[in-house]
Design a protein around this ligand. Structure first.
Ligand code: URP
Ligand code: ZN
Ligand code: ZN
Length: 477
């Protein structure tokens, strides 16, 4: 009998701490040995001269998320996770959305059912809390948190999703008590709706005005308020999809006060600008997302933030609405106001290759930082580490072997999602996952998906250290 099921031989193996040339021995889906040289396996995968990283953990992506405004989430768990694997991501954490008046437990159970028999990657689930009533806060959330749903997102904008400050305080207090981790979409919803009305009144309805309806101060104010409310109750939070200098400044100020605060950014804030919303015809709608892409100077600030530790995680915020067809970006016609364009851009598959090429390949960040941002820290923040997010003995054998020198012109035809466009069409990058392993199984190789639908397992999240309060005196409650 062989000592190992698989040996990955001779790669430059990267963790968030170091890059070392070694062999990886895999047994029963887990990493069983790391050494200069290993022998005795049923299968040897040659990784000589190639970069080897942990499988990515995409801790912010929308998959098969129901909607009440007629927009359609084009990726279900099959197409979404298929596309994740092809891009080197082996764990996803999408969102179970509660509707107003709906039981949160029911929303989570229903959402779990969507993954059954479909998911190809392992997956955990965040909750989106929209209706924090007494029953939800007092009964449902404590139970769900103990069942492994230890993180949730709240919104400060979007009709039907946004919470007022009082509700935000309610959920923060709950998070503190139950040790759950809170993600905040920080934009001032009232400012956005006021600005949207004004823009429309003066006939400014083209996709580019989406950016005008949510300028940087709108995100800065939301951020400042979220931080203030969290500070009041001594609750760590994570700010999702940060786009701009103003927000980075708020983050630095809060951290300088000693607050426990985490931040995420996404590819769209590195590779798109508001000019992309002003493409001819309705093309700009493809890049409508919130917060909107900013300008080149802000892109640079986001790059700097990836390098200097401002950002803890790099997620896709994959929000798969098709351009054409029912429930897509054009669902209200090409002459409709930007107000009606479904928000979000697809990016599960391109997240890792884009940062690998433009970050690591161009020496903006090191490989260790790449691993930290795309795998290790997301796994840690959401209670999945060390099972996920690193390459070490005992961890799940979720591994990406890169074709470091492959030149790729990104085209939607190459991608495996169910969206009919990519905002990165035509962009040339270097490097793409050659082989992806999930729990030791080759799930992507030779340009083919090799995974069976339904092989992905649900991951109950542990109680993450990220959610532990500082222990500072809080407002008297
Ligand atoms: O525009 C975006 N980001 N859409 C997805 C939903 C969200 O706010 O994350
Ligand atoms: Zn959001
Ligand atoms: Zn999102």
């Amino acid at each position: 009998m062989s000592r190992f099921d698989t040996i990955v031989r001779g790669g430059m193996v990267a963790t968030s701490a170091a890059v070392v040339r070694c062999d990886i021995g895999i047994r029963e889906g887990r990493i069983a040995a790391l050494a200069d040289s290993l022998e005795g396996a049923d299968r040897v995968i040659d990784a000589e001269g190639r970069t080897v990283t942990p499988g990515g953990v995409d801790s912010h992506c929308h998959i098969d998320q129901p909607s009440r405004n007629g927009s359609v989430c084009a990726d279900d768990f099959l197409t979404g996770t298929r596309s994740a694997l092809a891009g080197g991501t082996t764990t996803v954490i999408p969102f179970a959305l509660q509707f107003k008046g709906q039981s949160l437990r029911e929303a989570v159970n229903e959402y779990r059912g969507r993954a059954d028999n479909r998911a190809m990657t392992d997956y955990a689930i965040h909750m989106i809390v929209v209706d924090p009533n007494e029953h939800v806060l007092g009964q449902e959330m404590p139970g769900l948190i103990r069942d492994g749903y230890t993180s949730f997102k709240i919104y400060m904008t979007y009709d039907g999703l946004m919470l007022n400050d009082r509700e935000i305080l309610d959920v923060l207090a709950l998070a503190r008590r139950e040790r759950a981790f809170v993600m905040v979409h920080a934009e001032n919803g009232d400012c956005i709706s006021w600005l949207t009305d004004r823009l429309e009144q003066s006939g400014k309805i083209a996709p580019k005005y989406h950016a005008h309806s949510r300028p940087r101060p709108v995100e800065r104010e939301g951020t400042h308020r979220a931080i203030t409310l969290a500070e009041l109750l001594d609750v760590p939070i994570l700010l999702v999809h940060v786009s701009a200098r103003d927000v980075v400044d708020e983050i630095h100020r809060a951290r300088a006060r000693g607050l426990k605060l985490f931040a995420e950014t996404c590819p769209q804030y590195l590779f798109l600008t508001e000019d992309d919303l002003d493409k001819p015809g309705f093309e700009g709608a493809k890049c409508v997302c919130s917060p909107p892409p900013r300008d080149k100077a802000n892109q640079q600030v986001i790059w700097d933030g990836l390098r200097n530790g401002t950002f803890d995680v790099f997620s896709s915020d994959h929000a798969p609405t098709r351009f054409e067809g029912l429930g897509g970006k054009k669902m209200h016609g090409e002459n409709a106001s930007f107000r009606w364009i479904p928000n979000g851009v697809p990016g599960l598959e391109t997240r890792m290759p884009l940062l690998f090429s433009e970050g690591v390949g161009k020496n903006v960040i090191g490989l260790e930082k790449f691993v930290e941002l795309t795998a290790t820290t997301p796994a840690k923040l959401y209670g999945l580490y060390p099972q996920k997010g690193t390459i070490a003995v005992g961890c799940d054998a979720d591994i990406v072997i890169w074709d470091d020198s492959r030149e790729v012109t990104i085209s939607n035809d190459l991608l495996h999602h169910n969206v009919d466009y990519t905002p990165y069409e035509g962009m040339s990058i270097t490097g793409w996952p050659a082989i992806t392993l999930s729990r030791g199984e080759v799930v992507w190789a030779d340009g083919e998906i090799r995974a069976e639908p339904g092989r992905g397992e649900f991951l109950p999240c542990g109680f993450p250290e990220s959610a532990v309060p500082l222990g500072r005196p809080v407002a008297q409650i």
